[in-house]
Design a protein around this ligand. Sequence first.
Ligand code: 4UV
Length: 525
Amino acid sequence: MPFRSPRPDVEIPDLTLYDLLFTSLSPEDLEKVAVVDGASGAETTYAALRDQVDAIAGALAARGVGVGDVVALHSPNSPAFVAVFHGILRAGATATTVNALATGHEVAAQLEDSGARTLLTVSPLLSAATEGAAAAGIASERVIVLDGAEGHESLADLLACGAPAPEVSVDPSTHLAVLPYSSGTTGRPKGVMLTHRNLVANVAQSADLVGVGPEDRVLAVLPFFHIYGMTVLLDLALLQRATLVTMPRFDLPEFLRIVQDQRCTFVFIAPPIAVALAKHPLVDEFDLSAVTTVFSGAAPLDGEVGGAVARRLGCSVRQGYGMTEMSPVSQLIPAGRDDLPLSSVGITVPNMECMLQDPATREEIPVPATGVSEPGELCCKGPNVMVGYLNNEQATSLTIDEDGWLHTGDIATVSAEGVVSLIDRLKELIKYKGYQVAPAELEATLLAHPQIADAAVVGGRDEAGEEIPKAFVVLQEGAELTEQDVMDFVAGRVAPYKKVRQVVMIDAIPKSSSGKILRRNLRGA
Ligand code: 4UV
């Protein structure tokens, strides 16, 4: 029997994201601060944010953007990101969010694959953006630089356009709201088709359990371009009429200063930030007494480290789990359940059904009457599960089986009480500081080197036990290439978080008879 949430199902409004977040703002809500720029302290109220979203939608519509168009957003977190993201959706278009660290080549790949014809970026990222746009055949007039740059329109131009927000009628159940990129269980990054209903559902499913409320000041350092930041921070906090405090990137002293000065109450992190909060001496020099909750996700949180953060900050530490393909949340430790072990990812969110499957036999693993189940691949169904991968039916059918189960590629156990713990990863995906690194992409990069005959990339560990990309390389005969040469070659071609950080030279890559790399044989090697 599959297992469900111990909590009752919730109602999922049949609305677009804009209608969910912005059409029922009360007079008091409108006066509240929706977004604070952490660096400058500049505030945007809900009223101003809604006006900006409408104005941006109008300006995009005046530039020919509408239902069926894909618009790329390539920016670190800022108040402008919030307005532009929702402006794109309000115009009826689909937003594809691009990692702010992407190289020009990576930007081009996403623009081409998603079919985006308009790109909104910021001046510090302009070189990658223009390189990517040119390679994808996007005219420079269609590259809008939010903070302004010579020869490009800016956010100020969009806001001053004066065109009314268009009348758009879409079906929330089928209309694509966003196309984030994920490599899923195998291969290169693919566009994940998420509808308005997927996103609205996941916000509704997780809002009560996450526990952000209208009085919260939520630190938004995790990127909005990644699904965790997009749903759990950006959309959930706005639905709850909380205040988002944005930071463009993680920097420990600035992070601590903003949490202190902005009196942040809710801090969403990925595990590397937990390590800093648990151990770094600087933490003692700041007043972090407003923090009630630190919430971690995107990679495994060490239970000891999480406990140390809770004691040091005197706050609740919890964690959530999910994946881009589930919009993303499927399990989390709910507010008020600090008794659940931090080494677990908590309970299933409402309206979802999950089961564990033996990857070898495809048999379902039973949930025990007492104690903990055997491990198996976590498979999930629910209104938050993606439609599929863009233009890639083969990858879609490998991930969502004929019975509708999404295969997460994660190995988990479940207790009789429905508490899920992740214990291993079946899929090839590597998580570096919570960011996705697709081995297939790095293997293709390595094979482009004339002196490399074959290569395989798996998740290794650094001295601190953090997961890192590790390459096994077979050299061409007579090649004179050092481990450092290999790392430098890759570093020059990929975003910094994808760098290969360990190299092992070997004679042959272990492969199955069908030619698939036997990654398991390389993982501990
Ligand atoms: O597709 P993705 O990059 O998605 C994410 C989602 C992060 C979330 C989701 C719900 C939350 O409540 C939250 O706090 C954070 O990262 O990568 C998906 C893969 O990342 C690993 C796992 O292998 C997924 O399939 N992963 C995500 N969260 C955890 C995790 C976790 N808490 N513990 C271990 N692995």
